[in-house]
Design a protein around this ligand. Structure first.
Ligand code: FE2
Length: 318
């Protein structure tokens, strides 16, 4: 008889309704060729499908982001994943909140629920497999034993590639209103908040400390998408490669306080960022995070050089 050992991580918190993943997001960019250059240099697999780009991490068939072309760069929509059995409850909840359900945008057809958040940003909840991590993502910090070289020569060092999408940070017009909406409609929960500057929301079915961050501004817009690298070494290699390819503007290396993740942000051609990240705090499926309000200055970053002056400038509203 085979003994069953080990622990199988639960995928869903019983009896509670909430999205489990930020399945993918969509952007509009003024120049698809530039977008392709940027995200390919960042280490993602960029596939051209019709008149769109699709972003993938190596070895994973899941499409994490779509990019269409139009006049001005814009965050177009967020698509959250939920368990199929929860979809009728989401529909009833949105109806009870008097949220108008909309047809899918042309070219993005799906059987999900489409609606707008309080700032007018298009949101989808779709039945989908859980793509957020079911346990704390692996983080490595290799060290060589005595009398062995720890670092390979540059030419022998493989390129660093993102392992998965981690989270998205976006602007909102009214922080309290947006936290209430994403909590009530989508079942996200507030992990931490820094004054009226930024808030971090997690999923209840096992999630990084944040799958969505909200920054106070005068309207919606993308601040950054974030991609897990699994080590500080990979973050450093990725940032050096981006600099070599002409994408030297950004912020890092550093470590945040809220989420505890290591970071290096690379500025995209339109003033928002793609973030290399690693070792973010994790909220297991059977626990809630102890929500706290923090001082902004004290909680923004533990260590780093100074951020760019326009790090939190919402170019989409200009
Ligand atoms: Fe981030």
């Amino acid at each position: 008889m085979t003994a069953i050992t080990g622990h199988i991580t639960a995928m869903k918190r019983p009896g509670e309704i909430g999205v489990h993943s930020l399945d993918h997001h969509a952007l509009i960019a003024p120049d698809l060729a530039k977008a392709k250059d940027f995200y390919q240099a960042f280490g993602l697999d960029v596939v051209t499908t019709g008149n769109q780009l699709e972003l993938y991490t190596p070895g994973n068939a899941h499409c994490w982001a779509r990019i269409g072309e139009s006049g001005k760069k814009k965050l177009f929509y967020l698509s959250f994943g939920a368990s199929p059995a929860d979809m009728p409850t989401f529909r009833a909840r949105l109806t009870a909140m008097s949220v108008d359900l909309l047809p899918a945008p042309k070219g993005f057809e799906s059987n999900g629920l489409w609606f707008r958040d309080p700032d007018g940003l298009l949101i989808e909840i779709r039945a989908a497999e859980k793509t957020s991590p079911t346990q704390k993502a692996p983080f490595v910090c290799p060290s060589s034993p005595a009398n062995e070289r720890g670092a390979l020569p540059r030419k022998q060092t493989p390129a660093a590639r993102p392992k998965r999408f981690s989270h998205l940070a976006m602007y909102c017009k009214d922080m309290d209103r947006s936290i209430a909406f994403y909590s009530k409609a989508l079942g996200l929960r507030l992990a931490d908040r820094a004054e009226n500057i930024i808030s971090f929301l997690y999923g209840i079915h096992g999630s990084d400390h944040h799958m969505l961050a909200l920054l106070q501004s005068n309207g919606s817009g993308l601040h950054h998408s974030s991609w897990d690298m699994g080590s500080i070494g990979a973050i450093g290699l990725g940032a050096m490669e981006m600099s070599r390819k002409g994408f030297e503007k950004g912020w890092g290396l550093g470590r945040h306080v809220l989420g505890s993740n290591y970071f290096h942000y690379i500025r995209d051609p339109w003033g928002s960022y793609a973030e290399y990240t690693a070792d973010m705090d994790y909220v297991p499926v059977d626990r809630d995070w102890k929500t706290e309000m923090h001082d902004g200055e004290d909680s923004f970053y533990l260590w780093a050089n100074a951020p760019p002056d326009d790090f939190a400038r919402n170019f989409e509203q200009e």
